[in-house]
Design a protein around this ligand. Structure first.
Ligand code: RM4
Length: 260
């Protein structure tokens, strides 16, 4: 029960790592505002997945609400924070997790796809962090932001030239916000997941050569599960990490450090 009575916002909370975060924080006693997008032209959100997560949390006997919208719209972050305040009296933690990774080659990558990826992954993280931090400032009891960056903040991918810069950006955003918000008692950290099996990369990982390569490269010998990341988010969000800010935690089974 590391987050007993805390009000936690999870963006991208309906699927993949975000869904696991929403369930993990509620198991630790939090009230959860699930921010999610119902439909997406990148193909891995589905109807009412946010409501399904809320139903699962209710079934655990805990409190949750869902707020549907587009994280690329700054007004949406204001609405998400307002919903958390209305429903649970404030905001203590944000898991800024919404993101897309529509794999695409570089030379013919359309500007609109670059724009969309930056708007959702990086600008969206900025908007929710800013909106929540203003609320936390008003409350005067500090808080924690944990952003989902990626191993891709540190290493590249030929089909991810639009995506890896956004994850480096999210990492950098948390570093600068740690400085800006430290005096308010608001800690800002990121997790850097490696290869985690979610809808986002199911196709990518279904290529047998890719899967074999990844498994060989991961010292712990397996692809990650969303729960592997969610437990680390709980830690960084909790008072266990009270002296940790501006940090990033690789959650990759050792993939990054494995050169040879
Ligand atoms: C991650 C990393 C993984 C990829 C996912 C979609 O940040 O690059 O390798 O599978 O994104």
């Amino acid at each position: 029960m590391l987050l007993q009575g805390k009000s936690v916002i999870v963006t991208g909370g309906s699927r993949g790592i975000g869904r696991a975060i929403a369930l993990a924080v509620s198991r630790h006693g939090a009230d959860v505002t699930v921010a999610y997008r119902r439909d997406s032209d990148v193909g891995y959100t589905c109807a009412d997945a946010g409501l399904e997560v809320v139903a699962e949390i209710h079934a655990m006997g805990r409190r949750a609400v869902a707020v549907e919208g587009n994280i690329a719209d700054p007004a949406y972050s204001q609405a998400v924070v307002a919903a958390a305040v209305d429903s649970f009296g404030g905001v203590d933690v944000v898991a800024s997790n919404a993101g897309i990774c529509p794999f695409h080659a570089f030379l013919d990558l359309p500007p609109a796809l670059l724009q969309q990826t930056v708007d959702i992954n990086l600008n969206g993280a900025f908007y929710i962090t800013q909106a929540a931090a203003n609320q936390m400032k008003q409350q005067g009891r500090g808080g924690a932001i944990v952003a989902t960056s990626s191993i891709s903040a540190l290493v590249g991918g030929s089909m991810q030239t639009h995506y890896t810069p956004t994850k480096a950006g999210v990492h950098s955003l948390m570093q600068s916000c740690a400085i800006a918000l430290g005096p308010l008692g608001i800690r800002c950290n990121s997790v850097m997941p490696g290869a985690i099996l979610t809808d986002m990369n199911r196709d990518d990982l279904s290529a047998p050569t890719k899967l074999t390569y990844f498994k060989q490269r991961i010292p712990l010998g397996r692809i990650g599960q969303p729960e592997d990341v969610a437990d680390c988010v709980v830690f960084l969000a909790s008072d266990m990490a009270r002296y940790v800010t501006g940090a990033s935690l690789l959650v990759d089974g050792g993939m990054f450090v494995n050169l040879q």
